[in-house]
Design a protein around this ligand. Structure first.
Ligand code: CA
Length: 372
């Protein structure tokens, strides 16, 4: 009952967020071809399908995909028209990569660690445990050579990637027992995807893969003992505070998860040069909106969780994080030892992290220490 109510509220908020956005107000009923003619443009209209890994109208991420579609129609004067499909509406969530790669859809929205099975190097364009935060990730991609590597790796699958938002530092997850030492993770069945899941396995836990829709029931029925999801906004809507006692920080496994839009190479090649720039600019606009939205909603919803429930906020002890960090290095070394593309991408990522980390030590770290 409660979850249904939550879901409705969720979508209600999303619709409200959409209505408030200036970009979405116009252009929806444009006749694109006549508009193009009116503008004196003798150009093809690109009717695209965007498949997403998110449920329809999923807060922030699904909403962001729809905002992008409307923004592109507006910015292109109707020359790009995109119909957005939620997960399962055209293809399943994890079918998006193949659908766009083969050209069955022209555009997709997701996160690259979902595609690690296609090529392990792809997951470095999402997040790495104990890796870059959102600001640093954007910087690696746009100013540190990361985007060139991303384009190179995605080109192998006929895809052109674009920045599509970032969650910021996620939360460390929901538990019904305290984590005082690394031993408390042993035997724990925890929902955690990606490289973080592999790190957990090294700590003696079992990483369980459950899709978003399965987590609440899994935790309630004891199929899993613990779970991570995203951050307070999405976690609150899932209702985890009703069935878990401890909420742990920080999300060491996802310190700044990069979201993505990707376009089929042939569809992209058909765009005129100005439309290519418009796609890039619109994706960057949404990238910023998504990060901002996460930051502002998470702050608000952490407060609500603590006000409305008996959940106790906890921090992972430093010794636990130290050990998880050592396991992360093992996981990464094993990965790059057997895959050349992963090695190359990770070397770039790691070199950037080492350098930018020294800068952060002298700036952000000192600043936050002072504020505290
Ligand atoms: Ca997560």
């Amino acid at each position: 009952m409660r979850r249904k109510f939550n879901r409705k509220t969720f979508f209600g908020l999303s619709a409200g967020a959409i209505i408030g956005l200036p970009f979405l107000l116009k252009g929806l009923k444009l006749d694109a071809q006549s508009h193009a003619k009116a503008e004196g443009l003798n150009e093809e209209v690109h009717d695209w399908k965007m498949v997403t890994t998110w449920p329809p109208k999923f807060p922030v991420l699904g909403v962001g995909a729809e905002m992008l579609a409307d923004l592109l129609q507006e910015m292109s004067g109707g020359r790009i028209r995109i119909k957005v499909f939620g997960a399962g509406e055209l293809v399943p969530a994890l079918g998006c990569f193949d659908a766009v790669s083969t050209g069955a859809a022209e555009m997709g929205s997701g996160v690259s660690y979902y595609w690690a099975g296609k090529a392990p190097a792809l997951q470095f364009f999402s997040t790495v445990p104990f890796g870059l935060n959102a600001q640093q990730m954007t910087s690696w991609l746009l100013s540190g050579g990361g985007l060139d590597l991303w384009r190179r790796e995605y080109a192998k699958f006929n895809l052109v990637p674009f920045l599509g938002g970032n969650t910021g530092v996620q939360m460390g997850g929901w538990f019904n027992r305290e984590i005082r030492s690394i031993k408390d993770l042993q035997g724990l069945k925890m929902r955690m995807p990606g490289l973080g899941g592999k790190v957990l396995q090294k700590a003696g836990a079992t990483a369980v893969l459950l899709s978003g829709g399965e987590i609440y029931t899994g935790l309630e029925r004891g199929i899993i003992d613990a779970t991570e999801w995203i951050g307070p906004y999405h976690d609150y809507k899932m209702g985890f505070h009703e069935i878990a006692k401890y909420y742990y920080a920080p999300g060491w496994h996802e310190p700044g998860t990069q979201m993505e839009f990707f376009v089929n190479q042939a569809a992209y090649d058909k765009l005129s040069d100005d439309l290519k720039k418009i796609v890039e600019a619109a994706c960057l606009y949404i990238h910023n909106w998504i990060l901002s939205e996460f930051e502002s909603q998470n702050a608000k919803y952490l407060r609500l969780i603590l006000q409305e429930s008996d959940v106790e906020l906890r921090q992972y002890p430093p010794e636990v994080l130290d050990q998880l960090k050592r396991y992360t290095q093992e996981v990464l070394q094993e990965l790059i030892a057997k895959d050349e593309a992963s090695r190359e991408v990770y070397q770039s990522y790691r070199a950037f992290q080492d350098e930018v980390g020294q800068w952060s030590e002298q700036t952000e770290k000192l600043y936050y220490q002072y504020l505290q």
